[in-house]
Structure formats: structure tokens, C-alpha cells
Design a protein around this ligand. Structure first.
Ligand SMILES: [Zn+2]
Length: 218
């Protein structure tokens, strides 16, 4: 089903029938799946910590140090989210897929993410991340402090579960690798890192404050 309506058609799947990707053996596919899965878990851990942080604003509008820590977490989380979204949705119609990309075709030729609300949400989010996190655009200046929905990386976990189910028959061990990590990611979204440690400490540690003071001194 295609979602229609004003400005809602963000998902434009790449054509089917593109030149097949170079053949990869099972170990390579599994390793790629593990990398994607680990990135999802990492992003989910950051998402959990960001819920606890000050709402990160864009650097054009904030000089506050705690906010800058949040900003560093946010950028990392958004890149993780975009990794997963790029993988699941593939390049948009207008862009050419690169041979060096890990893409869905590498695992299952001509599979395309099903159209619908999840695809639209992922694609819309990809565009926002592209404009506000990965490139300097005038929106950063014109729109003022930005706010982000911090737990939408959960939707990437859902997308990866859909994909894992689609490759399970042909590549059961690879599918299992994806599934294992989506499970880890769901736990991380609720509880943070499995060992209870944190990526960042709020408020700043005395060492970081001291180092900042030294640098700020005339
Ligand atoms: Zn590929």
C-alpha cells in the first residue's frame, strides 16, 4: 500500500532489477549483519541515555556544556539511526547504489522494504537527519533550537526484524545474527547498556570540568 497525500510520500524505493551486488559468502554476510546489529544496539544505548539528558539543542544555539555533551550523544545516535535506515530503505530512486554499500540486495536480491507507515516514517526521519545532523543547512540557523524524538531508533529495530524474517529461509545464521541484535537493542532501549555503565556522565566529571578550566584560562 502506498501512502499518499501532501508531503507524506517520503519513501521512494530504489528500482528493482539493478545490477546484482558482488557475491558474498556466508561469513561475510554474517559479519555485515553483526556490524549493522551492533550499530543498532549502540544507537539504542545512546537513545536510552539521551532520555535522561537535557534536550540536546543545535550548536548554533547552545553554549551550555551539558548540552554539548548531549549533542555529542545525539549526533552519534542519529548516525547509527541513519546507517540502519539507509540499509533498510536503500538509496532513493534518484540516487545510484554504490557497489561498496552493504545493501539489502547483498542479502536478498531485489527485496524492497514494504511500502506503508513504517517505511514513510523511516524515510521522513532519514531526510531530517540528513538536513539537520549530517550537513550544514540554513535550517540550522533559521529554525532555532531543534528538538528530536529520541526513541525513534526503535523503528529501525522493527525494520530489521522485518528484513530478518525475509532472509531466514536462504540465510538462517545471518537472520539469527540480526534477530539477536534486535533483541539486544530492545533491551538497551529500556535499560541502557547491559553492564549498567554509561557512555556519558551527567553532570560533567570533575576531571572534565578541570580540563575545561585549564583550556579556558588566559
Ligand atoms: Zn549490495
Amino acid at each position: 500500500m502506498s501512502v499518499t497525500g501532501e508531503n507524506t510520500n517520503f519513501y521512494q524505493p530504489s528500482r528493482q532489477g539493478l545490477t546484482p551486488c558482488p557475491t558474498r559468502d556466508a561469513a561475510e554476510l554474517r559479519s555485515a549483519a553483526r556490524s549493522l546489529g551492533q550499530m543498532l544496539v549502540f544507537g539504542s544505548e545512546l537513545s536510552f541515555e539521551l532520555q535522561d539528558a537535557k534536550n540536546p539543542q543545535n550548536p548554533f544555539h547552545s553554549q551550555d556544556f551539558a548540552n554539548k555533551q548531549s549533542f555529542a550523544l545525539l549526533q552519534s545516535m542519529l548516525i547509527a539511526e541513519r546507517w540502519l535506515t539507509e540499509f533498510l530503505l536503500g538509496p532513493s530512486k534518484s540516487k545510484v547504489r554504490k557497489k561498496t554499500d552493504i545493501c539489502v540486495d547483498c542479502f536478498r536480491y531485489d527485496w524492497r522494504f514494504p511500502e506503508g507507515s513504517l517505511a514513510e516514517e523511516l524515510a521522513e526521519r532519514r531526510d531530517r537527519i540528513h538536513k539537520l545532523a549530517l550537513h550544514p543547512t540554513w535550517e540550522l540557523v533559521d529554525l532555532g533550537a531543534r528538538t528530536w524524538t529520541l526513541n525513534r531508533i526503535r523503528r529501525c529495530a522493527e525494520g530489521l526484524e522485518i528484513f530478518a524474517a525475509q532472509i531466514k529461509m536462504a540465510h538462517p545464521a545471518v537472520a539469527e545474527e540480526f534477530t539477536l541484535h534486535t533483541k539486544f537493542a530492545r533491551v538497551a532501549l529500556l535499560n541502557g547498556r547491559s553492564d549498567g555503565s554509561r557512555w556519558f556522565v551527567y553532570p560533567s566529571s570533575p576531571e572534565i570540568v578541570a580540563a575545561s578550566d585549564v583550556r579556558a584560562a588566559p
